[in-house]
Design a protein around this ligand. Structure first.
Ligand code: FE
Length: 153
């Protein structure tokens, strides 16, 4: 299994900083536990495990675009799995040696929210498996606007 290399530079300051109390108010208790406390939702319980329609997955904490449906694959793990982030700079990778394991944590770069972990046993083209908690994400279906519809502004 390929090793994922986390960046060794110090964690950068998140663009969005909020007092803990505010996060607690804005997020559901489950989202707060995952995004702000690094918990993991139970396998096969998340709402996006089996979702495969076109769209993008945004951070449930700050709305940053993190993953796209095109990179989502069926991992059988019980968590939404992607072979790459929407943009490399959308996420930050940090070494995580908790629970007596060597893992690489995936964090939203914009708000510092915990998303999940990345492993080196994913499919082509990257070989990466971003194993992400459903509740840290917010799915936005692709718009099917025809001519004259809402374009990017
Ligand atoms: Fe975020």
């Amino acid at each position: 299994m390929r090793k994922i290399r986390a960046r060794t530079e110090p964690a950068s300051a998140a663009e969005i900083e909020k007092p803990d109390e505010q996060w607690r108010e804005e997020l559901t208790p489950q989202q707060y536990g995952v995004l702000r406390q690094g918990h993991t939702e139970r396998a096969f319980t998340g709402e996006y495990v089996d979702r495969h329609d076109d769209g993008c997955y945004r951070c449930a904490g700050c709305g940053a675009e993190l993953f796209r449906s095109g990179a989502k694959f069926e991992s059988g793990t019980g968590w939404p799995s992607f072979y790459e982030p929407a943009l490399a700079q959308a996420v930050e990778l940090r070494p995580d040696h908790s629970l007596f394991m060597r893992r690489t944590e995936v964090v939203c770069r914009r708000c510092g929210g915990h998303l999940g972990h990345v492993f080196g046993d994913g499919p082509a083209p990257t070989g990466d498996r971003y194993c992400i908690n459903s509740c840290s994400l917010s799915f936005e279906p692709a718009t099917t606007s025809g001519p004259g519809g809402d374009g990017p502004s």
